[in-house]
Write a protein that binds this ligand. Structure first.
Ligand SMILES: Cc1cc2nc3c(=O)[nH]c(=O)nc-3n(C[C@H](O)[C@H](O)[C@H](O)COP(=O)(O)OP(=O)(O)OC[C@H]3O[C@@H](n4cnc5c(N)ncnc54)[C@H](O)[C@@H]3O)c2cc1C
Length: 614
């Protein structure tokens, strides 16, 4: 108990607690103040909201903007687009809700100082594609964070939230959260009737292509550590579409984005011999997914599929043909600026590998899978929909409330709503906050109560890895190897290997099947047992330990969902070798899971997909 006796506990009371100050969290914090002028709004963030989350480094494009003021697109168009890209399965009510509100969020960004490129002739925002507008976005995150900072009663930076707290007076109702300050080691108890989880997606679930010295180099931010899923899962919230992990085609080794290259620079891809290859795989893909291959635009996963098959056929690598476009000095500048605004590492990789895209067509590759809810993918929590638009079955409470009372989510956290990106995540944060404020106001005096025994037990649990280290460190046998504890990095590598080999990662060519998944679950179970013995030498490692715990739980969820869906819905994201075809008859549905913490069991069910838009 030596470690705990001197550890301070800080109590923070609020009306609305926002966990994670990324795009969705900043949107939620901002909007909560608008509707809850007199409420106590707290945002807690494990880094510093100034530069946290997936947008930390900036972006070059806002990928979700309708342009309704110029009648460019309507919300229904976006629903059709996202539905097509996700092979028919999206929550149309939630997607529509974001699409109808997203433009006003983008207008706010501009008002707050974000430079958005304009077409000099029309004065409209410059489009990169049908949905994307181009920005000078290096300072995108600080601009958005400023609005949240000004709106919040208080922002607590550097606090990693580890668990949610439940109400002791009413079952299935949230009452707050606990976490620790990663700098001071103080333990925090946040008491709040409404909690909005906006903690981003998950990288490093699967073994990345870059290991060893390049291990931190992943496409999705390495600090996106699955808290968005683990926190609600542990609280008993239902999750959806967790099998729908995403694989991205990106420039090799730097994960530089390809969108601006395809859409704006009009570059195209070819195989190692300079030939077009997508048409080679048309019949093969049609055999697997039917007429989804004939849709426009071709769904993201199916474009991956053609690349994977071409490489497997021995005609890789696939290259982006940049040599032609880069002869135009304007396009050359755009090509480089595209990286400098958001993925500087790609420019550095090219420089270090002697690749000048004006003279060499750079290689593309497919990434390791990521779990997230805001890109061309829709894993996350199962949420109640907007009251004016959601079918009855999708409505059990307030908009964006999960299946736990008082627990809301936005951005990567919420499932079923692909293609929201940075702007849509911010808009969804606003939607969730408005509903959370209503929830708090409707509660009146019947507010939840926190159980002291619960958070005292959690305090012990949270700091246990430091205790394990303190006790076991004298037994170190070789540098960092100890017989009595497991370091977070070792646990992470073990997790990534299991997911990679058994649940359809890169080394298995994204292939899995029931026997593999069954073994994967057994191995995850053993890893989970060993997590009791995690050892953390300092607060930084303690954070790593809890990030690992969250990743493991999310991985288990992914594996159960992958096992449950007996079809290959998204070839190019993953394949069920024992069910290679898309099966609309049995699987045109959402998959839902609920974790029972007391018994360590997962309950799976199907939920209907309602098509609301023609
Ligand atoms: C490489 C890349 C390129 C992208 N390109 C584009 C683009 O061009 N255009 C576009 O519009 N969108 C783009 N996106 C998507 C966009 O970044 C995301 O959709 C958006 O950031 C999701 O918002 P979010 O709030 O859910 O997650 P994030 O913005 O990642 O925020 C999550 C926050 O939660 C915090 N957090 C996590 N765990 C905890 C915890 N346990 N306790 C406390 N805090 C925690 C994190 O530190 C972070 O601040 C891109 C993303 C990436 C990674």
């Amino acid at each position: 108990m030596g470690l705990l006796s001197g550890r301070k506990t800080v109590y923070v009371d609020s009306d609305v607690l926002v966990i994670g100050g990324g795009m969705a969290g900043c949107g939620a914090t901002y909007e909560a103040r608008y509707w809850g002028r007199d409420l106590n709004i707290v945002c807690v963030e494990k880094a510093n909201i100034e530069r946290s989350g997936a947008v930390a480094q900036g972006l070059y494009a806002i990928n979700c903007y309708m342009g309704m003021q110029w009648d460019e697109n309507q919300p229904e168009d976006h629903v059709r687009y996202a539905r097509n890209d996700l092979m028919g399965l999206v929550r149309e009510d939630l997607g529509y809700d974001i699409a109808r509100h997203v433009d006003s969020s983008v207008h706010k960004f501009e008002e707050w100082g974000l430079p958005i490129m304009k077409d000099p002739e029309t004065g409209r925002y410059m489009r990169e594609g049908k949905w994307q507008i181009m920005i000078h976005g290096e300072s995108y995150k600080p601009i958005v964070a400023e609005a949240a900072r000004k709106a919040a009663s208080k922002v607590y930076n550097r606090i990693m939230v580890t668990h949610l707290l439940m109400d002791k007076t009413k079952a299935n109702r949230v009452a707050g959260a606990v976490g620790f300050n990663v700098r001071t080691g103080d333990f925090y108890v946040f008491r709040a009737p409404a909690v909005i989880v906006a903690a981003g997606g998950a990288s490093h679930i699967y073994k990345p292509r870059a290991v060893g010295e390049g291990m931190g180099r992943t496409w999705y931010a390495p600090w996106s550590s699955a808290s968005a899923y683990a926190l609600p899962i542990l609280a008993g919230a239902k999750m959806t579409q967790m099998e729908n992990r995403i694989v991205l085609t990106r420039f090799k080794d730097g994960y530089g984005p390809v969108g601006a290259y395809f859409l704006h620079l009009k570059t195209y891809t070819e195989n190692a011999y300079g030939n077009e290859y997508e048409s080679n795989w048309y019949e093969n893909t049609k055999e697997l997914v039917g007429d989804y291959i004939d849709r426009h635009p071709v769904p993201t996963c199916l474009r991956n599929h053609a690349i994977l098959e071409e490489v497997k056929a021995g005609r890789g690598p696939i290259r982006m043909v940049t040599k032609e476009a880069f002869q135009d000095p304007h396009k050359e500048t755009i090509g480089w600026e595209n990286f400098l605004g958001m993925t500087i590492g790609q420019a550095v990789v090219w420089a270090s590998q002697n690749i000048d895209p004006k003279h060499t067509n750079p290689e593309l590759t497919t990434s390791e899978p990521y779990v997230m809810g805001s890109h061309a993918t829709c894993s996350g929590a199962w949420a109640s929909g907007p009251e004016d638009y959601a079918p009855d079955e999708y409505q059990w409470g307030y908009n964006r409330m999960m299946t736990v009372d008082g627990l809301f989510g936005a951005g990567d956290t919420i499932g079923g709503t692909a293609h929201k990106f940075s702007s849509g995540s911010f808009a969804e944060g606003r939607i969730a906050a408005k509903a959370a404020v209503n929830y708090v106001k409707d509660l009146g005096k019947g507010r939840p109560q926190v159980d002291e025994a619960e958070y005292q037990n959690l305090k012990k649990e949270v700091f246990k890895p430091m205790e394990n280290y303190e006790v076991g460190r004298n037994e170190i046998v070789a540098g960092t190897v100890s017989p009595s504890y497991l370091l977070p990095i070792h646990g992470l590598q073990r997790l990534e290997k299991i997911m990679d080999e058994y649940v359809g990662g890169i080394s298995a060519h994204y292939m899995t099947n029931k026997p593999l998944l069954t073994r994967g679950l057994e191995l995850l179970g053993m890893l989970k047992e060993d997590l009791d013995h995690l050892g953390a030498e300092d607060l930084h490692q303690l954070q790593r330990a809890w990030e690992l715990q969250h990743r493991v739980l999310a991985s288990e969820s992914v594996t159960h969902h992958t096992m449950f869906r007996k079809e290959t819905r998204w070839p190019g994201y993953y394949y069920r070798g024992d069910h290679m075809k898309l099966d609309d008859k049995d699987w045109h549905c959402f998959t839902l899971s609920k974790y029972h913490r007391e018994t360590n069991e997962w309950e799976m069910e199907k939920a209907p997909v309602y098509h609301i838009v023609d």
